[in-house]
Design a protein around this ligand. Structure first.
Ligand code: ADP
Length: 191
């Protein structure tokens, strides 16, 4: 199973991605988590990514693409993977197509979590209090939403045309959203 999870910042991708990946026995690969780990370890990759992340901008495609390519090459990702937060630009879509083609497989589904804009802001402000992420300040949150709308939302149309899109309502308790995702993916596998 090769899946992508998409949705605006605060949609709950990370939470749901881990639960779904566990059920399918595949790794959940979060580009945001990998970048944050590199920042906190002070690696070269972390140094390249930090200024973009702190400003709410996307890390340049070349940097992100190479990182994902290396991660997908690892043994645990051979049976499949769930990408959380990648691709986010049209250039990344093309790059991922090449990576998957190279393995002789295909993308199975693109799950998009939809959440009301007011709810997104509430969730991110809440997370700012509990997790203390450096990019959860009000200005940066707003910028991340804009960048998502400009650069990532157009990808939804691309995957819809390919017949891969699975839209799921991301409102409500975590377990309910998880159940909706499993239900929707069941339909994909049966069709
Ligand atoms: P969010 O909750 O805003 O969706 P993530 O934890 O997924 O945040 O990502 C945090 C930051 O990491 C992004 O704002 C961006 O700077 C960087 N990042 C993550 N994934 C990508 C990507 N695919 N392309 C470019 N930058 C990325």
């Amino acid at each position: 199973m090769r899946m992508i999870f998409m949705g605006p910042p605060g949609a709950g991708k990370g939470t749901q991605a881990k639960l779904v990946a566990d059920k399918y026995g595949i790794p959940a690969i979060s580009t945001g988590d990998i970048f944050r780990a590199n920042v906190s370890q002070g690696t070269d990759l972390g140094k390249q990514a930090q200024e973009f992340m702190d400003a709410g901008e996307y890390v340049p495609d070349e940097v992100t693409n190479l990182m994902v390519r290396n991660r997908i090459d690892e043994d645990d990702a051979h049976p499949g993977f769930l990408l959380d937060g990648y691709p986010r630009t049209l250039a990344q879509v093309e790059e991922l197509d090449g990576m998957i083609r190279h393995t002789g497989h295909e993308l199975d589904a693109v799950v998009v979590l939809t959440v009301d804009p007011e709810e997104l802001v509430q969730r991110l402000l809440q997370r700012a209090e509990t997790d203390g992420r450096s990019d959860d300040t009000e200005d940066v949150v707003r910028r991340r939403q804009e960048v998502y709308t400009e650069q990532t939302e157009p990808l939804i149309g691309v995957y819809r045309e390919r017949g891969l899109l699975v839209e799921v309502d991301g409102m409500g308790p975590v377990e309910e959203v998880t159940a909706r995702i499993f239900g929707a993916l069941q339909d994909v596998r049966e069709s």
